[in-house]
Design a protein around this ligand. Sequence first.
Ligand SMILES: C[S@@+](CC[C@H](N)C(=O)[O-])C[C@H]1O[C@@H](n2cnc3c(N)ncnc32)[C@H](O)[C@@H]1O
Length: 251
Amino acid sequence: MKPEQIKKTYNLFAEDYYKTRKEKEGAPDFFNTNLEMPTTLKLLGNVKNKKILDLGCGPGFYLKILANKKARVKGIDISEESVKIARKENPDIEIKIGDVTKKLPYKDSEFDIVLASLILDHIEDWTQVLKKIKRVLKKEGIFVFSTYNPITYKEKKKKWFFKTFREIEGYFDEDWRNEEWEREYGIRKIGKIGHHHKTYGTIVRFLVNSGFELIDYEDSFPTKISKEKYPEYYKRHSNKPNFCTWKVKKK
Ligand SMILES: C[S@@+](CC[C@H](N)C(=O)[O-])C[C@H]1O[C@@H](n2cnc3c(N)ncnc32)[C@H](O)[C@@H]1O
């Protein structure tokens, strides 16, 4: 799926995505705030005084958290509507509109850390973007990113008489899954969004070939709060990981 289509859908989705996370109610509150973010923040570690670039910053939730932890942050996102919200929420932070697959408008070795939370699944070939990330990172700089977990990604819902179950199918088929987010999030008309599946082997090979060293990895696990608040989601995603976070170092 082309970045233009992804941008179009995020533009339509921006306000709802922001609201459900801000009001702490709904699917993005579970999937982002209570599932993906705790793992990624844990792997980011102590960010005090670190210069951080947030790639695909969306409505800017990470920007705010990291700035509150005294990091010096900048953000960039392809969706104008998301950036509008992110700027309103973070008036003192520099946030640019841009497609990270085309260029990163920052100086060489500008950042200690680059963060990319749930954006790389929207990109098929990571070679160019990893090269750009490496350029803006300092020597031994850290790149933390989260993705769909390659296992869960290929799960299919099946029915056997009256029983519904989920099975992994086509793990080795590296292709796009184009979803209609209206159904998933039950909000209103949104549009199609594409996520590109890669096996663990492909992800590791992209990193190694781009000159990154793997230093940590963690599967997402839901927060305690979500056990009561979102019992069904909790049950499903405490049994198998929906996302995972990778921490790599520029060699
Ligand atoms: C799932 S959202 C995550 C937002 C944010 N990182 C967070 O975790 O709160 C993915 C974001 O990536 C952005 N994005 C997707 N493809 C992009 C690209 N090629 N260049 C820049 N941003 C992109 C989208 O606009 C969207 O805001």
